[in-house]
Design a protein around this ligand. Sequence first.
Ligand code: 9PG
Length: 636
Amino acid sequence: MTDALLSRIEIRFLDAASNPRALALDAPTAARESSTIRDGIGISANLEHALGGTIVRTTIANRGGDTVRLRSAIFEVSTGFAPGAPARFFKHGYQSWSASGGHVVAAAQTHPRDTAHFITRVNHQSETTRPPEFPEAQTSELFTIVESSNASGRVLAGFIGAATSLSTLTVSSPEKIVARAILDDVSLAPGAHRELDPLFIATGDESAARFAARWADATGRWMNARVSAPFQRGWCSWYHYFHAIIEDALRANLKSLEAMRSEFPLDVIQLDDGFQSALGDWDTTNAKFPGGLRKIAGEIRAAGFKAGIWTAPFLAARDSRLMSHHPDWFIMHAESGEPVRAGHNPNWTASDDKFAYALDASNPAFRAHLHRLFAKLTREFGFSYLKLDFLYAAAAPGRHHDPNLTRGETLRRGLEAIRAGAGDDAFILGCGCPIGQAIGVVDGMRIGPDVSPYWGSTASGAGDPSTVYALDAIIARSFMHRRLWLNDPDCLMLRARETRLTADERAALAATIVGSGGMLLISDDMSLLDAEAGKLFRAVAQIAEEIDSNCAQEPVLALDLMTNGDVRGLISKNADGGAIAMLLNRGDAPARVDRSDLKLGTAEIVALDLAVDEKIEIFDTIDLPPHSARILRVSR
Ligand code: 9PG
């Protein structure tokens, strides 16, 4: 097994004359502190062995007479792997919708996003333009895992905190991981110091998924993750109605859900995008919702459900009251002085440009507005479930009100203002959110791109809605559930009409969602669902809840986190030695899996095909049609 270690720390900064400077520190080798000071800038690093690895805590201090600006902190980790042997690394995505998966080290120098539009890059990367030595194709966000074909064991390096900056890890060759805290030219005044988020380095023989869960455990603990909300079952308006939702359709579904309570036992009814009078004005409705939000929340609650609402709190369009009253609350483009564009959607605005602009949460006046707004939505209107979307906008680059905050801190301050306004009792669901900064603030998090009423993608696979990419993400990020928050795998669509998903595809979506133990939300026009759909819903809800309860002990783990084959799976072990597994064939050809490949020993396995509600005892092989999945019950 390999013995990874930290070899070097380097701080990059701009001096008072804006000249780029660097200060390096040879890393301490044992569990002790080391420090250096030059030209008034000091670094000290403390190594501690804990949580089965090494934790590196670093502080930068300005002991000189001039303000400096910090660019980044770089940590070089030697993996111990041979430079020449083929190796793989886990490339973890930036935000909810960004893809995660295993890649061959040094296979690619360029990434499709290198030439993509700014809005795609601000969506899916912690930096819209990567420095040349840290190419996007070789860079993972927050943590990475490296494995080599010539060695047993894996190396994990990752930041277990994210309150103070965005961070990445670059693997350009197998022998070295370069971890980087992105400090955004934040000022450090004379006498001031800044403590960086801790870096965690570990080696071990366990599976990559278990390793990832170890990172999530450490991170959740460091950041006081909110992991104790009850299992969530709900209904969401988006994946049937999209922008066309109207008040009467919402009301009709509410009536159905009330009447079908025993068939579809749900707790939350959540109105999604489409109600707001303008993008940015979240407390007033458009002509499709004449009753207004207070009335809607009241009706949902009177029917015995929790009322949920969608907002995109860090975005606004030109035709909003917010943008016309507060043009100074936006992140500004450093050169043009124009507000920074973070989204584009013709459905969102009547303004000519169709852009959505990024609000600046480093501005206390805007944060006070967030606090008031979410206090109003919760305490005055009665919403207790808040889906906060397009949160990456708060971390957009540009000129900010407060030069002392990094983009990571800016996003976190914004989220904290929302939590403070909404109160501790509200269930907050993050979406489109950079993964680290929300830990400890949100109760739930979307961990993949949007599902859709069709299987494949119509476009680039760059986070666009697509059921199959959503399934990939549910598997790749399953280990986060109940460690960082409750995972939201996105919605189940049960309807057999007004969809292009086949029965097998709908069942594959159901099996993957329940196999993850995550939140269970349906998104259908309830008038399209019959007793059969209700039976399926109750069956999957029961399995999902069972898997969720296993997560207190054992994380749900991907059968293989580092490869990207057509057959993928999840496994959840329970306390008495049994397990529930999910096997997915995401490919376009039939697949056959040998039960010996599942390494489940001689246990009895019963497969459940949700599409036909059929139980099959498994002897040697499991056959999976294209775009299908099976739930496997493994006895002890
Ligand atoms: C509402 C929707 C739903 C959905 C969210 C989010 O890249 N894109 O073009 C893109 C479009 C929509 C989108 C995500 C990405 O969906 O995930 O659940 O709330 O907003 O507009």
